[in-house]
Design a protein around this ligand. Structure first.
Ligand code: WT7
Length: 659
């Protein structure tokens, strides 16, 4: 393992939690936080048992809390049984929450529709009955490829109601990516929509599913259910395809939730790693939901009258934990948004916060950074031009938030009243891990501050030794927690190798570099592996390289990240073609072709920002590509490193010129 931690900005500003928020917070003051931490440290099993009993509704109460007999394949509440959909919906029936609005859906064109908790339960039950009538049952796998919509939440919840394991594929991924996931997860059902509408554009979804299923190896998929969103023309396979509105016709509005064991997989979500193939992160039912719910209560201080808005798509883990599961279990009202932050203009977020009286807002630094530029250029779309007084908490997720963006968000969106809650976590962790609490933690811009109670985070060196404060190292979690990844679907060896390497003494290795300051605050310094973070989206360099070399023109490719002001990182690809080195317009044309190719292979988010052609790549005498040097070239900086171990040092000059 190597780390390339660079020195970080020294940030001395500290922002205290607002007094009114602190006085009413679910966790109040440093004392309240410390009490929970002490409880967890003293007796972790008793702590998790208490939370599990108090916060989940069990069909069969658990007796055992943690089963570590097959570590690192931990199980939580192993002899308990429950249903996740019942824990999100049925639990609210007969309480005042049943008539509360569960979802406020705002379409791309601004149309708004609402469903109460009671109505949502009916919708989920009818779809679940339809899926059941088609012969699906607990343990089957369904791929969901849908736009942000009430129906996406319904589809996920309907699966959970039956114990059908869902695997959501982000609507921006290509048919090739759908294919890969359908095959790997062994899906027998696909739920999709004719199209999605984003930023005024209609993007086909069902047709991408058709293409994916035609690629071969997907014969197990018996049915494709399609929700009509846009009225687009779509292909039709009479033996396989069904309309959503047809299958729910005549279905009962009651569907008994299927009892599953606590560790029954709720979902599998693919995420990028160091190799070319994304891995299926397998999550549990009870432990996962418990932590999604606890973090709603602690991190977002959820109260019944909150209007919560997480802008993430359900295609990412953030949309699982903080759209489909956590907010519903917590019984809040939440906004679900189909569109993009810049359509019809860059005031969309502020207009929606104002219109729906959003009280807790959760978005990504990349969105904030792009809106800063647009807002500062045009007062009409500046957050200060809107009434955002309903806000009490504003959150950030997905990548480090630079202090400048933090302070702008705090001053202009939060009007200096709302704590910025910078949540560090990952697809694998299921829910928040290191984060400030709004009524507790003094904030330092750029730091995700302190671990949640029960989360034993540390920064260690390559031998697993904790490093001194102020020194960089690897972020590890030293105790199991309920929402942790259970395994990599179909590849337990990869799970062990990636997350529990022997030198880490059985601790979870997060894959991030980090540093703690004198106050114990954590500062995340980016990935230690070959994973890029582009606009908060995680992509493997190998994944993009594999896509590039799959093109007939390409002999070899190396992909690196370059720091970018708006997107965090930008993808730069160094490519060796099979033919002669292209020049001028021809090079530009080929670069465009390859960018489009990558968009088709993976999805538009993986398109390299820049492609540079060379006759070769910088390699050691043993043939290893020196990505470290390519990162320097990509930044446009001079090479100061020793290049004597290179087989072909001259190539660096050529690649630097190829800009
Ligand atoms: C990686 C995980 C967390 C859900 C969405 C992304 C980076 C995430 C932060 C943060 C600094 C962050 C890390 C992490 N990351 N949140 N608050 N500060 N870095 O989930 O796609 O699994 O990506 O995102 O590098 O390892 P993901």
């Amino acid at each position: 393992m190597t780390t390339e931690i660079e020195s970080i900005l020294v940030e001395n500003r500290v922002f205290s939690p607002p007094a009114d928020l602190m006085s009413q917070a679910n966790v109040s003051g440093m004392r309240g936080y410390k009490a929970l931490c002490d409880e967890a440290d003293r007796d972790p099993e008793a702590f998790w048992a208490r939370l599990g009993r108090e916060n989940l509704v069990w069909d069969t109460p658990f007796n055992q809390v943690i089963d570590a007999s097959n570590a690192p394949f931990y199980r939580f509440f192993p002899d308990g049984e429950l249903n996740i959909s019942a824990n999100c919906l049925d639990r609210h029936m007969g309480t005042p929450v049943e008539n509360h609005t569960a979802l406020i859906f705002e379409a791309d064109d601004g149309q708004v529709s609402r469903v109460t908790y009671k109505e949502l339960l009916v919708r989920v039950s009818r779809l679940a009955n339809a899926i059941k009538a088609l012969g699906y049952a607990k343990g089957d796998r369904a791929v969901i490829y849908m736009p942000m919509s009430i129906e996406a939440v319904v589809a996920m919840q309907a699966c959970a109601r039956l114990g059908v394991i869902h695997s959501v594929v982000f609507g921006g991924f290509s048919s090739k990516s759908i294919h890969e996931r359908v095959v790997d997860v062994g899906a027998t059902l696909v739920i999709t929509a004719d199209a999605q509408i984003r930023g005024g554009r209609t993007i086909a979804l069902k047709n991408a599913v058709d293409e994916a299923l035609a690629m071969g190896g997907c014969e197990a998929v018996r049915k494709v259910i399609t929700y009509r969103r846009a009225g687009s023309d779509i292909g039709w396979h009479a033996d396989r395809d069904l309309w959503w509105h047809d299958v729910i016709q005549g279905q009962s509005d009651q569907c008994p939730p299927v009892t599953v064991e606590a560790d029954h997989p709720l979902f599998i979500l693919y995420t990028s790693g160091s190799t070319g193939k994304p891995k299926g992160v397998q999550h549990s039912s009870a432990g996962y939901l418990l932590w999604s719910l606890m973090t709603m209560k602690w991190t977002f201080d959820a109260k019944p009258d909150d209007v919560f808005w997480c802008t993430a798509d359900v295609g990412w883990v953030t949309g699982h934990s903080y759209v489909t599961y956590g907010p519903l279990a917590a019984g809040v009202t939440q906004v679900v948004f189909e569109g993009v932050p810049t359509y019809p203009d860059a005031a969309r977020f502020w207009k929606m916060i104002q219109a729906h009286k959003v009280s807790v807002f959760y978005t990504a630094p990349t969105a904030i950074r792009s809106l800063i530029k647009l807002s500062e250029a045009d007062p009409a779309v500046h957050p200060r031009s809107f009434d955002l007084s309903s806000l009490r908490i504003i959150g950030s997720v997905g990548e480090p938030i630079n202090p400048e963006a933090w302070v702008w968000y705090y001053n202009n969106v939060g009007a200096g009243r709302c704590p910025v809650i910078d949540t560090w976590w990952q697809t694998e962790t299921g829910a928040h891990m290191i984060t400030p609490l709004p009524g507790v933690t003094p904030l330092k811009p750029g730091s995700c501050t302190l671990p949640l109670p029960g989360i034993d985070a540390a920064v260690v060196d390559e031998t697993g030794q904790e490093v001194e404060r102020g020194k960089g190292g690897f972020l590890v979690i030293r105790k199991p927690w309920p929402a942790m990844i259970r395994t990599v679907w179909g590849d337990p060896e990869r799970f062990k190798k990636t997350y529990f390497p022997p030198e880490m003494k059985g601790w979870y290795l997060a894959g991030d570099g980090a540093q703690r300051d004198k106050d114990g605050y954590f500062w995340i310094m980016g990935r230690i592996d070959d994973v890029l973070n582009v606009s908060g989206h995680r992509l493997g360099t190998m994944e993009v390289e594999s896509a590039l070399v799959a093109h007939e023109m390409v002999a070899e490719a190396a992909v690196v990240g370059r720091p970018d002001e708006t997107t965090g990182e930008a993808i730069v690809a160094f490519v060796v073609l099979n033919g002669p080195l292209p020049q001028g317009d021809q090079a530009a044309d080929m670069a465009q072709q390859l960018r489009d190719w990558v968009a088709r292979e993976i999805g538009p988010i993986a398109k390299p920002r820049e492609i540079r052609f060379g006759e070769n790549l910088p390699k050691t005498r043993s043939g290893k590509i020196m990505r470290r040097l390519l990162r320097v070239v990509a930044k446009g900086e001079p090479i100061t490193q020793d290049v004597s171990t290179l087989e072909n040092p001259g190539i660096l000059e050529q690649l630097a010129q190829a800009c």
